[in-house]
Design a protein around this ligand. Structure first.
Ligand code: PLP
Length: 423
């Protein structure tokens, strides 16, 4: 494979998504490889935020029902934008809450331990917040988390085997909560296969799509997943703390939310102020209180970009970027002690690469000093995320050449090999 800078430039010239790069606030001298933690701000997200600020300024309370983006319907509207990206029907997705809060809501709604069917399956590699939420929901039911939560172990510490997950499903399993893409190794799970197995075993299955929404295509409706939830500040570029999302399959329409609140009401009933709730008949029922309008605003712009680019085209370029980055790492860093942990096969690889090195923390600090923004994961991992919407092949080339120089000159040894508080 030709890995030269010329090759990278040629790839950029032929890249049908290249123009989207202009839409983002890229900082000069910075190679941003951390879009899987916090996506960058686009001009459209910025403009929509200012537009909603203006509607507050000029309309006051009337902004709920008038103006270009009446706030009362904003969560539903943005949910519909995300439905296309995740393979859901428009009324199956709502923008609300945050990843962790949505998991609490969905477990409160769908985890109904009964008889011997009381256990929840999760995995040993998942993001800690998901585990905390699951444990506390089990305890809320008067059960003991240590007895009821089964975490599927990884064979190698990085990857999960679908076979192991499916083999663990028994008649005692009530719910399974799994990630679409693992946050460390970036492995994509075979969501369709696992969902089918769950359905066969009469298990409620919920997917955490935080690392896959906006990066990998999904067919949530057709797969028949019961529910899903995700954040919007990673690959969906909604900004720090942007409002999260949840999907509930229409087969569950009419179900009472476990954590009820007035914004879960049928829209036309909400202002009746009745003390008996009439829940919305769709995913909207799982909202709780007043939407965080100013944290929804950027999504109006950022999701428009994702929709225009198309999730299939984003996925295609993303794989090309991580392929190219992998080849460069193999060629230029071969003698410097890195291990690429992320899966090689396209169908198992998400949108970032996870590489390991004993001096990872120091290397990340040296990279930041050279204008590359990576992210460090304890104890010795570096995540690099070239993002289809705004990273060029040339950016990837420069990133790995900078890393090569840091290794050759041993510049990383000037930094202590410990983590920063947020990293
Ligand atoms: C990013 C992420 C979260 C974050 O949860 P918040 O409630 O948005 O803070 C949770 N789970 C996974 C798998 C994530 O990747």
């Amino acid at each position: 494979m030709d890995l030269s800078l010329d090759y990278a430039k040629k790839m950029d010239e032929n890249d049908s998504l290249y123009s989207f790069r202009e839409e983002f606030h890229l900082q000069s001298g910075v190679l941003y490889m951390d879009g899987n933690s916090l996506g960058l701000m686009s001009r459209r997200a910025e403009a929509k935020t200012l537009e909603l600020m203006e509607s507050w300024k000029t309309l006051g309370i009337n902004g709920w029902t008038s103006g270009t983006h009446a706030w009362y319907y904003l969560s539903e509207h943005i949910g519909q934008q995300m439905a296309g990206i995740t393979g859901a029907l428009p009324h199956e997705v709502i923008a609300t809450g945050s990843t962790t809060v949505n998991l609490h809501q969905l477990l409160a709604s769908f985890y109904k331990p009964e008889g011997r069917k009381t256990k929840i399956i999760a995995d040993a590699l998942t993001f800690p917040s998901d585990i905390y939420a699951i444990q506390s929901q089990i305890e809320q039911k008067g059960l003991t988390a240590a007895d009821q939560l089964l975490q599927i172990e990884s064979r190698d510490g990085f990857m999960l085997e679908e076979d192991d997950i499916i083999a663990a499903m028994t008649e005692e399993t009530a719910v399974a909560i799994l990630p679409g893409v693992l946050y460390r190794s970036g492995q994509v799970l075979d969501m369709q296969r696992i969902t089918e197995a769950a359905r066969k075993n009469d298990i409620i299955i919920g997917w955490d799509l935080s690392h896959s929404a906006g990066a990998v295509p999904h067919q949530l409706h057709d797969w028949g997943a019961d529910f899903a939830f995700w954040c919007t500040y990673k690959h969906l570029n909604g900004g720090p703390g942007s409002v999260g999302a949840l999907f509930v399959h229409e087969k569950h329409s009419g179900r009472m939310p476990g954590l009820a609140g007035w914004f879960g009401s049928a829209k036309e009933k909400q202002f009746d102020m009745d003390h008996t709730m009439t829940p919305a008949s769709d995913a909207g029922a799982f909202q709780i209180g007043t939407p965080h309008v100013l944290s929804l605003a950027p999504l109006l712009g950022s999701l428009e970009i994702t929709e225009e680019a198309g999730i299939q085209a984003i996925r295609k370029k993303s794989l090309q970027l991580t392929d190219y980055m992998t080849s460069l790492i193999e060629e230029k860093l071969a003698e410097h002690g890195f291990t690429i942990v992320s899966p090689v096969e396209h169908h198992r690889r998400g949108a970032h690469l996870f590489i390991e090195h004993p001096a990872a923390a120091g290397i990340c600090k040296a990279l930041k000093n050279e204008g590359v923004v990576p992210d460090f994961r304890m104890p010795n991992g570096i995540r690099l995320a070239p993002v289809a919407l705004y990273t060029s092949f040339e950016d990837v080339w420069h990133t790995i050449v900078i890393l090569e120089n840091i290794m050759k000159t041993e510049a990383y040894k000037q930094y202590d090999n410990t983590r920063d508080i947020v990293s």
